[in-house]
Design a protein around this ligand. Sequence first.
Ligand SMILES: [Zn+2]
Length: 296
Amino acid sequence: MSNKFVVGADVGGTAVKWIAGTDPATPEFSGEIPTCPNDIEATFQSLADAVRSKTDCTVNQFGLACAGVIDPVTSLLCGSPNLPGWQGKDLHLFAETIFPEAAVTIINDVNAALVGEWIFGAGRGHNNLAMLALGTGVGGALIIDGQLVTGSYNSAGEFGHMIIERGGLECACGNKGCLEAYTGSRGIVQRSNTELSVADLFKKAEAGDQEAIDLFRETGEYLAIGVGNLINIIDPDLVIIGGGVARAGDLIMKPCIQDVSKYVLASIKPEEVVVPAKLGINAAAIGVAVMARGNA
Ligand SMILES: [Zn+2]
């Protein structure tokens, strides 16, 4: 194992999760800072300050995972509805600025999370994997025959924007009826007709509130439509469900697994194919750190 020092950071619409150390599997340092969705420079500066407050090691490799569509040649971010102020910005430029001595690797956040789950988590030992990450938005990623599929135009696996309801709820991407509009935290809160956060709604459901329980059941049923579509198109070994919203666990997973059979043609055991992510909130930071390690 190289003793080079690697930082992995995962930029989502709400927070940046980061890890740092010589081995991404067992990072010595980790943390979380808020994302400024309209100010890329301030977010990168806070990230640098947060890392520097815990270690003064020279950063040799920096892996940056970011929500949205990233051009691998120009490293420009586009198609990231939850980071409006970051649109069209050169991620590589900002990454180099905060850790000037590091070799930089940049990739979509859910692609990074799936790589993390593939190597260390729920996907270990499998080479055909799909992932859905339920967070502020809903991201997706795909590994086929042991290769991350990024697509001809860099947007493969954007499963959150498959339309599951014609003329349905409005999505952050501008379309109506996307899976994200029903199973991302924004959509869940909107459907709750309350001002509560998903975390608060989750607490209510755990305490036995029937309306909150029904809300998450319905979320699981919407998720099942998306997962069923994925299985019919790709037929992967596993569909891994991750992201912050997935912390609601069985409240979402049980109705999802129950309903998936309705939509799938293949003879599968949904409870063995649709599985929760294992690495928790640091999956993408770990995954992109592993990729940064491989690229340097
Ligand atoms: Zn959408």
